[in-house]
Design a protein around this ligand. Structure first.
Ligand code: SF4
Ligand code: SF4
Ligand code: SF4
Length: 203
């Protein structure tokens, strides 16, 4: 039987944006179920979601807490591919695997999978990601698919973390630290050079 957390989570938009002050939709649902959070903290859900959450919990529906943000029409991220330096920071920030790309290659957004969470915008070192109107509404089907992608990503990252602390990783960790240092410096040099090229192109 679904728990109260499950029922509350099912009403949330699943953009995983963190504007509610929690790491994602489910931690917020859990906090509401445990009486630690009010129902008015989800800007993407807006008044409709506040009403549904409040009804389920038998609480009064209060207006959206302005400290969390504002309710806006659904937008998606767009990468200006000409200026992308392929640093992969946006891929690492995206909670639902909606970005395609590889190190030092141009990146692109899978528009149909983008939740509009904006988490990729700030990390981009060359400011080539903007939010643009999606031209459609965010639907319950979108929310369902976003939750699946979020969970799949977390499972993959957890598995990778388990590998990273396994015996092979421990052996690698015992190798001379110099090799790691050199490759880190090399990486930083390459990012600095790419940034300089991007700035030169812009000016
Ligand atoms: S969609 Fe709402 S509940 Fe989910 S993380 Fe964003 S603000 Fe929190
Ligand atoms: S592409 Fe950007 S805005 Fe879209 S889901 Fe990923 S992090 Fe969020
Ligand atoms: S963060 Fe910006 S520059 Fe880096 S890969 Fe993403 S879009 Fe390209």
């Amino acid at each position: 039987m679904p728990s109260l957390t499950d029922a509350l989570d099912a009403l949330l938009p699943q953009t995983q944006c963190g504007q509610c002050g929690f790491e994602g939709c489910r931690p917020y649902a859990q906090a509401m179920a445990e009486g630690r959070a009010d129902t008015n903290r989800c800007p993407p859900g807006g008044p409709q979601t506040i009403a549904a959450l409040s009804q389920l919990l038998g609480r009064p529906a209060r207006p959206l807490d302005p400290s969390c943000g504002t309710h806006q029409p659904f937008r998606v991220a767009l990468i200006d591919e000409e200026h992308c330096i392929g640093c992969t920071l946006c891929i690492q920030a995206c909670p639902v695997d909606a970005i395609l790309g590889a190190n030092q290659c141009m990146h692109t957004i899978i528009e149909a999978d983008c939740t509009g969470c904006e988490l990729c915008v700030a990390p981009c070192p060359v400011d080539c990601i903007t939010m643009v109107p999606a031209g459609r509404d965010w639907t319950p089907d979108d929310a369902h698919a976003a939750r699946d992608r979020y969970q799949a990503r977390n499972e993959r990252l957890n598995a990778r973390h388990a590998e990273a602390i396994g015996p092979a990783a421990r052996t690698l960790a015992n190798k001379p630290a110099l090799a790691t240092l050199i490759s880190d410096h090399d990486k930083q040099d390459r990012i600095a050079q790419a940034l300089a090229r991007a700035r030169a192109r812009r000016s």
